[in-house]
Design a protein around this ligand. Structure first.
Ligand code: PLP
Length: 440
């Protein structure tokens, strides 16, 4: 891993068989031609003065300083400042739940889950990059839930970009569905009569279809895109900004599925952000947790759990984590521990924290909380933060059952649920999708 000053950031493919590219190319492509994930050629060093003055530095300025080395010369500094300011124009508070445990609330954005930041940043960067594209630009995604909403919201109203989202009929929650279907304008929701895998396979076929690619400039907005991954570093700086005991940096627990969020935190740490230890908080999908514990990695079939945004059997960002720690299990273990938490324990934790602390967790945050608590129990004297990645109202069934109360929809969601549903029902057949895309 190269550290140091960045003059002109390049990205290489982790499969090592594609040319290096700049931030613009990496964002437009998503994956490298050899199907590898892009990785920054240099890990920038954070200015000590930023860390020393962080409490008095506005969030936009922190975000700007963190992201600028990664953007390089592909967008002007003025425009980058404007983009990050829009990306994070909502609160990201650190809430003290009990003596030793704090919650970094990442659910105050428009779709009430942490993916808003990455999606908003990426959509604005892509908007800059395709301003003078010769073909119509279409972002094509399949979603099983949260990603689609964050992408739809992030790209809503973006000039020159159409967004087509496929979702499996009846398999996303009512709120998630309306987050895709209430917007209209440049957001096209396709309700597929099939499973998430059907949606994904239709999208894959579209990407390799010659006719479609002749007509349109197709791109994806999935979570491995550098423009979605890198801005997640902001959370960790905002956490540190609000952390009172700077001389004792926090333990940070991250509810993890595809491991993009945790990997962004580790990148911030490698750039110089003080963190005492990371906790990879997993549900029953524990491939990475098992690797950390046993040193052997093997992907597993997906198990469905209450924390469905973390149901990933073979997390994409694992390779980025390994690259950051030079493929050295021991180096990674020094700074990271992992816990796998069951659905049963998720319920117990939501109930316990609601009754003891009057704080309502969502199932993902509950896994972060419990993993952190376990670590602190065996390492007394430390304090930590878990990332609360979604608002509990997004998972009303589970949270109401655990707490024994009815949770009220915030007014923002009530309004959303009363909108007309603008979705086009479609058979799970590629030819139908192709006709649709050719006519867009
Ligand atoms: C996506 C998501 C996660 C997992 O994040 P990764 O970066 O994929 O590890 C956790 N919680 C919620 C609510 C999510 O939407």
């Amino acid at each position: 891993m190269n550290k140091g000053n960045v003059v002109d950031m390049k990205y290489y493919s982790l499969n090592k068989h594609s040319p290096v590219v700049d931030f613009k190319e990496a964002t437009i492509r998503g994956l490298a031609p050899d199907k590898g994930l892009y990785f920054p050629s240099i890990i920038p060093r954070i200015d000590d003065s930023l860390l020393l003055n962080i409490e008095n530095t506005p969030n936009e300025e922190i975000a700007f300083k963190v992201i600028m080395p990664f953007v390089g010369k592909t967008i002007t500094p003025e425009k980058v400042f404007e983009i990050v300011s829009e990306t994070i124009n909502f609160p990201i508070p650190l809430y003290q739940v009990n003596k030793n445990i704090f919650s970094l609330e990442l659910f105050h954005g428009p779709t009430m889950a942490f993916k808003d930041v990455g999606a908003r940043f990426m959509s604005r960067c892509l908007g800059e990059f395709v301003k003078d594209a010769a073909k119509k630009v279409v972002v094509l995604v399949a979603t099983s839930g949260d990603t689609g909403g964050a992408v739809a919201n992030g790209f809503y109203g973006e000039d020159n970009i159409e967004v087509v989202i496929l979702y499996p009929s009846g398999k996303v929650s009512p709120v998630q569905e309306m987050q895709l279907c209430a917007l209209g304008k440049n957001i096209h929701a396709l309700e597929i009569d099939g499973s998430f895998d059907d949606c994904q396979s239709m999208v894959k076929k579209a990407f390799s279809d010659t006719d479609i690619n002749k007509n349109l400039f197709l791109t994806s907005a999935n979570s491995i895109n550098v423009a979605r991954w890198l801005p997640q570093q902001f959370y960790y700086f905002f956490a540190y900004k609000q952390w009172k005991e700077k001389e004792h940096p926090p333990v940070i627990a991250v509810p993890s599925g595809n491991f993009g969020n945790l990997c962004a935190g580790m990148l911030a740490y490698c750039s110089g952000l003080p963190v005492h230890h990371f906790i990879a908080a997993c549900n029953a999908n524990d491939a990475v947790a098992q690797y950390l514990i046993k040193g052997i990695y093997y992907p597993k079939p997906v198990k469905h759990t209450f924390s469905n945004a973390m149901d990933v059997g073979d997390p994409s960002n694992f390779v980025r984590i390994m690259e950051l720690f030079e493929n050295d299990h021991k180096q990674l273990l020094k700074i990271t521990s992992a816990f796998s938490i069951s659905d049963e324990d998720t319920m117990v934790t939501i109930k316990k924290v609601f009754h003891d602390q009057q704080y309502t967790l969502d199932p993902h945050g509950a896994i972060g909380y419990m993993a952190l608590e376990k670590y602190l129990e065996s390492n007394p004297g430390l304090k930590g933060i878990f990332l609360e990645t979604a608002h509990p109202v997004k998972f009303p069934g589970i949270v109401e059952k655990a707490c024994g109360i009815k949770i009220k929809l915030p007014s923002q969601l009530e309004t959303l649920m009363q909108q007309p549903k603008l979705a086009l029902a479609m058979k799970a057949e590629f030819s139908v999708l192709k006709d649709y895309l050719m006519g867009i």
